[in-house]
Design a protein around this ligand. Structure first.
Ligand SMILES: Cc1cc2nc3c(=O)[nH]c(=O)nc-3n(C[C@H](O)[C@H](O)[C@H](O)COP(=O)(O)OP(=O)(O)OC[C@H]3O[C@@H](n4cnc5c(N)ncnc54)[C@H](O)[C@@H]3O)c2cc1C
Length: 415
C-alpha cells in the first residue's frame, strides 16, 4: 500500500455506518482513512430503510448522494396473515421528522454513500482487511493486510469499527456477547418480480406471517427497477424441513403464504439464494481506549422491523462529533454521551422485536380498531423514531405494548 501510515481517524468497513462517520469527520477537517475488505459495489442484505435514516444522511452530508440513486420511495409497511391485511403509514406518525424513505439495492446505495465520503475527502482503501488492533487512548494501531498478503501498520488518533458482521473489535478485543434473542435463519434472493396485481403497493415493505408457524415471517421489498428482494426468516428446524436445498426451502415456504404465492407467481430469480443465520449479536461495551464500535459491529437485533441501517447511521452520527471533541483535547464521557443514549433506542427496537415473536405485536398490528393517536405512536417507532422519549411507546415500551396487546386480545375474544 502506498498510503501514509498515519491518519487522524481510521474506520474499519465502508458500509453505511463507516461511510456516514467518514463523511461527517472529513467535513469537520480531519484526515480519515476507511479500510474495506471487499470491492464495491458488493451485495449486502438490509434493503428497506426507515424514515429516521433521512435525518442522519442529512446530518453527515450524504443525503444528496443517496437521492441521486432514484431509489424506490417507501412510505410505510404492510402486514399480512392469512386473510388479514393491514398497513402502517409512516407519514401519519407521532414524532416530528420525515415520513418517507427508500427501498434500495445495497450494492448501489452503499457505493453511493462511500463515494460521497470519498468526494468529501476521505481516503478509502478497498481490498484490505484489518487483522489486528492495539488499543491506546491516544495512538491506537491497526494491522492491515492487502490482497497480495502484504501487511502494514496504521497509526491513528482514533479508530471506529464499522465492520458489520465482520465484528472486528468484538473478536480482537474479546467483547462478544450473546444477543439474548433466539438463533434464527434467513434465506433470501432477488427476483424480477413481474407483479401486476393492482392492489399491490410498491411503496411499502410487505411482511407476511406463515399460516401455520406464527414465528416464521416473510419480506417482500420492491425496488424501483422492477426487481424485488424476498426472503423468509425461520427457526432452523422449520427451514430444514421445507426442502433439501435453500432454494427449495425458500420457494416452498413462500408458496405456503397465499398473498406471497400470488404476488410472486411470475417472479424469476436474478441471483442465487443466500442464507444468513445466527446474525443477532451483542457486545459487552461499545467503546474503549481510542476506539468506538458502530452499527452491526456492536449490537444487531433482528431484521423484522428493518432497523439495522437506522441504528448503524444513528451510531455514526452520535460517535463522529464525540471523536472530534476528543481529538480537540476535550474529555469525552463515551458511556454517557454515546453508549447509553444509543442503546436506549436499540432497547426500544428490542422490545418491539420480542413483542413480534411472542405474539403481542401481531395482535396489535392486526387489530383494526386503534385510537388514531396510538396508531401514530406505533408508526413512529416503526419509522425509526425509537429515541423519541416523548412517545410513550418509547418511554415505556414494554408496559405500553403489554397493556395494548392485552386490550387487543380481549377485543378479539369478544368478537
Ligand atoms: C436477513 C436480514 C435482513 C435485513 N434487512 C434489513 C432491512 O431491511 N433494513 C435494514 O435497515 N437493515 C436490515 N438488516 C440489517 C443490515 O444488514 C445491517 O444492520 C447493516 O448492513 C449494518 O451496517 P453497518 O455499516 O454496520 O455494516 P455493513 O453494512 O455490514 O458493513 C460492514 C463492512 O465492513 C467490511 N469488513 C468486515 N470485516 C472487515 C475487516 N476485517 N477489514 C475491513 N473491512 C471489513 C465488510 O466488507 C462490509 O463492507 C438485515 C439483516 C439481516 C440479517
Amino acid at each position: 500500500m502506498e498510503q501514509p501510515d498515519r491518519t487522524d481517524i481510521a474506520i474499519i468497513g465502508a458500509g453505511p455506518s463507516g461511510a456516514a462517520a467518514a463523511a461527517w469527520l472529513v467535513r469537520a477537517g480531519y484526515s480519515v482513512r476507511v479500510l474495506e475488505r471487499a470491492h464495491f459495489p458488493r451485495f449486502s442484505i438490509g434493503e428497506s430503510l426507515l424514515p429516521q435514516c433521512m435525518v442522519h444522511l442529512e446530518t453527515c452530508g450524504l443525503l444528496a448522494a443517496a437521492e441521486a440513486g432514484n431509489f424506490q420511495p417507501k412510505n410505510g409497511a404492510a402486514f399480512c396473515r392469512a386473510d388479514d391485511y393491514t398497513t402502517i403509514d409512516f407519514r401519519d406518525k407521532f414524532s416530528p421528522g420525515p415520513g418517507t424513505t427508500w427501498q434500495i439495492e445495497r450494492a448501489d446505495f452503499d457505493q453511493r454513500l462511500i463515494e460521497g465520503a470519498r468526494a468529501a475527502g476521505a481516503q478509502v482503501d478497498f481490498g484490505v482487511t484489518v487483522t489486528a488492533f492495539s488499543a491506546d487512548p491516544e495512538r491506537p494501531q491497526l494491522t492491515v493486510v492487502d490482497e497480495a498478503g502484504e501487511s502494514q501498520a496504521l497509526d491513528a488518533r482514533f479508530v471506529l469499527d464499522a465492520s458489520g458482521y465482520g465484528r472486528v473489535l468484538a473478536r480482537l478485543e474479546k467483547l462478544d456477547k450473546p444477543s439474548g434473542l433466539a438463533t434464527r435463519c434467513a434465506v433470501f434472493t432477488h427476483v424480477e418480480d413481474c407483479i401486476d396485481a393492482g392492489d399491490y403497493d410498491r411503496e411499502k415493505i410487505l411482511i407476511g406471517v406463515h399460516p401455520h408457524h406464527p414465528e416464521v415471517w416473510y419480506w417482500l421489498i420492491p425496488f424501483s427497477n422492477g426487481r424485488a428482494s424476498t426472503g423468509v426468516v425461520a427457526d432452523i428446524r422449520v427451514l430444514e424441513a421445507a426442502g433439501d436445498t435453500d432454494e427449495e426451502r425458500l420457494w416452498t415456504l413462500l408458496g405456503e403464504e397465499p398473498r406471497f404465492a400470488r404476488l410472486l407467481k411470475q417472479a424469476t430469480p436474478v441471483r442465487d439464494v443466500r442464507r444468513l443465520q445466527g446474525y443477532s449479536a451483542d457486545i459487552t461495551r461499545l467503546h474503549g481506549p481510542g476506539y468506538a464500535v458502530l452499527g452491526n459491529a456492536g449490537e444487531f437485533l433482528d431484521p423484522v422491523f428493518s432497523s439495522g441501517v437506522t441504528i448503524a447511521l444513528d451510531s455514526a452520527v452520535r460517535a463522529a462529533p464525540l471523536v472530534a471533541r476528543q481529538l480537540e483535547g476535550e474529555s469525552v464521557d463515551w458511556d454517557h454521551d454515546f453508549e447509553i443514549p444509543l442503546r436506549r433506542g436499540v432497547a426500544t427496537f428490542r422490545e418491539f422485536v420480542e413483542a413480534w415473536y411472542d405474539g403481542r405485536l401481531p395482535s396489535i398490528i392486526f387489530h383494526t380498531e386503534h385510537q388514531p393517536r396510538v396508531k401514530q405512536m406505533i408508526a413512529s417507532v416503526l419509522a425509526g423514531y425509537a429515541w423519541d422519549t416523548d412517545n410513550p411507546f418509547v418511554a415505556a415500551s414494554r408496559r405500553r405494548l403489554n397493556s395494548l396487546a392485552e386490550r387487543c386480545s380481549l377485543d378479539a375474544e369478544a368478537t
